[in-house]
Design a binder for this molecule. Structure first.
Ligand SMILES: Nc1nc2c(ncn2[C@@H]2O[C@H](COP(=O)(O)OP(=O)(O)OP(=O)(O)O)[C@@H](O)[C@H]2O)c(=O)[nH]1
Ligand SMILES: [Mg+2]
Length: 316
């Protein structure tokens, strides 16, 4: 048998099978603070793009993660957790989450299977329904609960809203994540890829550096300190030897917090810097010289310029 006649066709991106069209679409990941949204984004993209800590309200702005699967480019949007906001910073975070949903072709509602159907989850489902968004349900942290609890939990949630599909995953162990990736790749609409196929995120490196430092602040300080802290990259200098010098400022809202962050004999800020530098060297694949400066700036969390500096539009 000879080869079937070939007809001229436009070049296809690597990975697309014959007969497949390319696909591309935005998928917003929403849920309560601490549901595991950022962990799932990192797991799906196979890269650490969005910072993760055991504390709620870690993510402050939308983070794009690009998942390539076959001929599909799935543009995953990690969002801040949705909660009842008080400060201007909080309002801007929640507004960023809803903008993520409005701009998306599909929304994943991530629910912590251990926490179950909380008031917060009910409120988010109601708001999603009001906006008439295409929505899938993803139960996360299935490694923490007995398997027999998942069915009643799913039933309770699908009674609240007509989710198109339900998935059960563990973003930490990776359980169920491949099935979700495959379903997403098939579900995004046909269309050209919007980003180069080897890009992982649209996050600028300066912002990524500030986030990695903020992650260490979240991990190494407690109570209100992490929530009253923000980090900005002030200076980025590529050196001729291939290394990079990064200067970042850690802003704290209250005088007492400065002393806590610096720690006895500067020990805490030293540890924050050392761990952040290690992480950055891995992420940027080069040697990193990181210099941290702690400054007090009362009311930064109500300041438009500071919110803009961390990528949040001012909600007014
Ligand atoms: N056991 C278990 N822990 C998980 C899982 N997914 C996330 N976590 C943990 O849950 C905590 C919160 O994870 P994040 O990914 O920061 O949660 P988030 O939804 O992005 O939180 P915010 O950014 O604050 O809204 C971290 O300690 C994660 O390690 C999971 O599948 N199983
Ligand atoms: Mg997060």
């Amino acid at each position: 048998m000879g080869q079937p006649p070939t007809s001229p066709s436009p070049p296809r991106p690597a990975g697309a099978g014959v007969g497949d069209a390319t696909r591309c679409g935005f998928v917003a990941v929403v849920g309560e603070p601490n549901a595991g949204k950022s962990t799932l984004l990192n797991r799906l993209t196979g890269a650490k793009l969005s910072i993760v800590t055991p504390k709620a309200q870690t993510t402050r702005f939308r983070v794009l993660g690009i998942l390539m699967h076959g001929g599909s480019q799935v543009l995953l949007v990690d969002t801040p957790g949705i909660f009842a906001p008080k400060r201007r910073l909080d309002r801007a975070m929640v507004a960023a989450a809803w903008t993520g949903v409005r701009d998306a072709d599909l929304t994943l509602l991530l629910v912590d299977a251990k926490a179950g159907v909380t008031e917060g989850v009910r409120a988010i489902v109601a708001a999603l329904m009001e906006q008439k968004r295409r929505c899938w349900l993803v139960l996360n942290k299935v490694d923490l609960v007995p398997a027999q609890s998942l069915l009643p939990l799913t039933a309770a949630l699908i009674a609240l809203a007509p989710f198109e599909q339900t998935f059960m995953v563990s973003a930490v162990t990776g359980d169920g994540v491949t099935a979700l990736a495959e379903a997403l790749a098939a579900a995004v609409p046909e269309g050209p890829h919007l980003y180069p196929d080897d890009d992982l995120t649209d996050l600028p490196e300066r912002l990524l550096a500030a986030e990695i430092v903020r992650e260490q602040v979240f991990l190494q300080t407690h109570e209100e300190v992490p929530y009253a802290t923000t980090v900005e990259t002030e200076n980025w200098q590529d050196r001729p030897d291939g290394s990079v010098r990064i200067d970042a400022t850690v802003y704290v809202a209250r005088p007492g917090h400065k002393a806590i962050l610096i720690g006895e004999r500067g020990q805490r800020i030293k540890t924050i810097g050392a761990r952040a530098r290690e992480q950055l060297a891995t992420l940027l694949e080069r040697k990193v010289h990181l210099f941290l400066n702690v400054k007090q700036r009362a009311g930064w969390d109500e300041e438009t310029a500071r919110l803009r500096a961390i990528g949040l539009d001012d909600p007014g």
